[in-house]
Design a binder for this molecule. Structure first.
Ligand SMILES: [Mn+2]
Length: 252
């Protein structure tokens, strides 16, 4: 069992079609590498786009079936929304035998208390995106969007993706990253010294200093998960600590 007793975290797989190398590698990850894990947390952007649980594509069915098989083998599954797939609903999560988590979620894992988020909420220097995020996270926007036909919804999602790609080319590197002070604020508000997130596609383990009311300073960690665009990524947490791992995609 490659992941026996461990807790796994991944994000930003951006699944797009049932025939891609990324999809095959991710399904292989669920069927093999993730087997035996105590839990698997998918911290957002599992899919490149999600237009509603009523979209019965072959990809969505295949992914649900593979997640369900992993859950049925004993691994507890948790999903958190990303900025691409924030419309994943309870129906689809149920089909995957997974539980949807609120953002942020606090967990106790192998003796460590930590906060989980997708990561886009910390990118506050991207003012345009923060406005967009606020709008699409309202109940009203979501209801009106889901009332449209599937064809229309796919078209809107496609447009939004093209726009964000164009904007990504002109936005500065720092704007696309988390705002350091927002990280500190979040950790202090939640009273934790470990944060796991994805979204920025800048995998790394950062150490930062927090002000502690008791002894003045406190070391905290921010673990950033990687994107699956060119290789697979997983954070493994066990009794002996954590390890951020990457592995090549399956070859043809
Ligand atoms: Mn994202």
């Amino acid at each position: 069992m490659p992941s026996a007793g461990k807790t796994l975290f991944t994000s930003d797989i951006h699944l797009d079609s049932e025939n891609s190398v990324i999809t095959r590698s991710f399904l292989d990850f669920l069927a093999n590498r993730a087997r035996g894990a105590e839990a698997l947390y998918v911290l957002g952007d599992l899919f490149e786009a999600w237009v509603g649980d009523d979209d019965g594509s072959a990809l969505n069915a295949l992914v649900a079936q593979t997640f369900a098989a992993l859950a049925d083998s004993g691994t507890t599954l948790y999903f958190m929304h990303g900025n691409r797939d924030f419309l994943i609903g309870r129906d689809y999560a149920e089909r995957c035998h997974a539980t949807l988590l609120e953002e942020p979620t606090l967990i106790d894992c192998h003796g460590q208390r930590m906060a989980l988020i997708h990561g886009d909420s910390l990118c506050t220097r991207d003012v345009d995106y923060m406005k967009f995020r606020k709008m699409v996270r309202t109940e009203r926007w979501q209801r009106e969007f889901l009332e449209r036909s599937l064809v229309e919804r796919h078209m809107i999602a496609q447009q939004a993706r093209m726009q964000s790609k164009e904007q990504g080319k002109v936005k500065a590197y720092e704007i696309m990253d988390v705002t350091p002070q927002e990280v500190v604020n979040l950790l202090q508000t939640l009273q934790v010294n470990c944060l796991i997130h994805g979204h920025t596609h800048r995998p790394s383990i950062h150490t930062l200093r927090l002000q502690s009311p008791i002894n003045g300073r406190l070391d905290a960690q921010r673990i950033v998960l990687g994107s699956w665009d060119t290789q697979g990524w997983v954070l493994e947490l066990g009794a002996d600590g954590f390890e951020l791992k990457h592995f090549p995609h399956l070859s043809d």
